[in-house]
Design a protein around this ligand. Structure first.
Ligand code: ATP
Ligand code: ATP
Ligand code: MG
Ligand code: MG
Lengths: 260, 260
């Protein structure tokens, strides 16, 4: 069963960060401890969980300038820790290009984190939030992960991007990480009243019957409000449609992997 | 009056491509000829206008392997030409890093295109669609443009991204392109029924009174359906709320710049 998920899709604004935040929160509630790694220079997962910027972050850790143990931060969610991003993570992508094992830096950091962990706090799950790009930061996530969870909107441009994402995963599997696979496609921001989404969902379920998660995340403004309070929707409004959908997704994953 | 606009925002999925396609279409109807340059490896603007992939594209042109005149393509919109992207544009970003005047390649290509144009078809407008990143491809767009049009969603993460975009524009103005400024912020996918958007729009208009365009683009599924037909919304459904909003924006720009 996959334990390290890259939340990835090069298409922008498909709900990667919202999924990383809320899935990490629900997993931490059921199966702590969970680590969320923010690999995006936008640092949305970091601020969305109320983690204040400053101090060692994923940039320093990837470049070997700080220890992951010193960079990891707690947040409002018990059992959830965050390896935060900062804006200088954009510079990291250029500097990383010069470093040895540049595609494996996150993989090596996580391996060393786990092995050195005398506190016995081995992560049940690691979720890695990726930027909307297939550059070196996303590559590090794909090499460190055992599976990709790909959020996507039920719209045309997102559909076009899917095949490119799948090619990238296949190529990473061949060249760097033979364990990598797509665990599933998560349909997000779904507005069931519109015919375009229904059509796209139908197409996807027809082409990839085993890949599309049975749970879809509805469009729900509460999910967009929560980050302005530095809280996951699951704490901001536990009973909203968005929160309930992420809880359902978590139950599906845990039950499927025998965790419940 | 700005003639070359970079449609830019590092935040993903805020409507850059939808704006590039529909604004280019409306401008081509009122003030042809217009050139749309697709600087995004996702090539959404290219496919959204029904331009088939294959043949010389922006990648070859930026690396000096092909002439812009051979790469430019027409589409369903009279008076609108497209300099298309292809997936190998992702490779371009790495190769461009090695090239002389690497931040100026698009600028130099457009300058040479204009000067060599004996057909007298000097562009009234050039719109450049950018990827969701502040890397070398977006930098080329910012150096080639005289202004940035920044689409953004009326949501929290987009608000956070705005200051970073403004810092980037200021830094490009200082280092590479003293003419560059933000022409305006275009609120997109606005759902007026939700309080979060009203709040964000109010904040923005208070902080940046002269920057937020009076026109906002409403959330309208017709805008998301159009690209699956290879048509801009303006041809697919001329009277839908989304098309009317892009026409209103175009009138505002042309009237403001004395073009009408
Ligand atoms: N189900 C949903 N309903 C309503 N709004 C949502 C939903 N999921 C995400 N959002 C909002 O939509 C916007 C885009 O989502 P998000 O930032 O999570 O996407 P992303 O894929 O991480 O974007 P990027 O590509 O920029 O990293 C955000 O403002 C977010 O709050
Ligand atoms: N006003 C709107 N109403 C409804 N859907 C929209 C609207 N504008 C854009 N869309 C849809 O939302 C999605 C994101 O828009 P678009 O691709 O234009 O954003 P983008 O900023 O170019 O994304 P990226 O960062 O990936 O380049 C697309 O599926 C698009 O068709
Ligand atoms: Mg994100
Ligand atoms: Mg785009």
């Amino acid at each position: 069963a996959p334990r390290r998920f890259a939340i990835a899709n090069q298409k922008g604004g498909v709900g990667k960060t919202t999924t990383a935040i809320n899935l990490a929160t629900a997993l931490a509630a059921q199966s702590p401890p969970v680590l969320l790694v923010d690999m995006d220079p936008q640092a949305n997962a970091t601020t969305g969980l109320g983690v204040s910027p400053g101090g060692a972050a994923v940039y320093e850790v990837l470049l070997g300038l700080a220890d992951a143990r010193d960079a990891v931060r707690s947040c409002e969610v018990p059992g959830l820790q965050v390896l935060p991003a900062g804006a200088d993570l954009a510079a990291a992508e250029l500097e990383l290009a010069e470093v040895e094992r540049r595609a494996h830096r996150l993989h090596d950091v996580l391996a060393e984190f786990a092995s050195a962990d005398e506190g016995g706090a081995r992560w049940s799950y690691v979720l890695i939030d990726c930027p909307p790009a297939l550059g070196l930061l996303t590559l590090n996530a794909l090499v460190a992960a055992d599976a990709v969870l790909a959020p996507m909107q039920a719209e045309y441009f997102a559909l076009e991007g899917l095949s490119r994402l799948m090619k990238t995963v296949a190529s990473v599997r061949e060249r760097f990480n033979s364990a990598l696979r797509i665990d599933g496609i998560l349909l997000t921001m779904v507005d069931r009243r519109n015919r375009l989404s229904e059509q796209v969902i139908e197409d996807l379920r027809a082409h990839f019957p085993r890949l599309v998660y049975p749970t879809v995340i509805p469009r729900n403004v509460r999910l967009a409000e929560a980050p302005s309070h530095g809280l996951p929707a699951l704490l901001y409004d536990t009973n909203c449609a968005g929160s309930r959908a992420y809880i359902a997704l978590t139950r599906h994953l845990l039950a499927r992997d025998g965790g419940l």
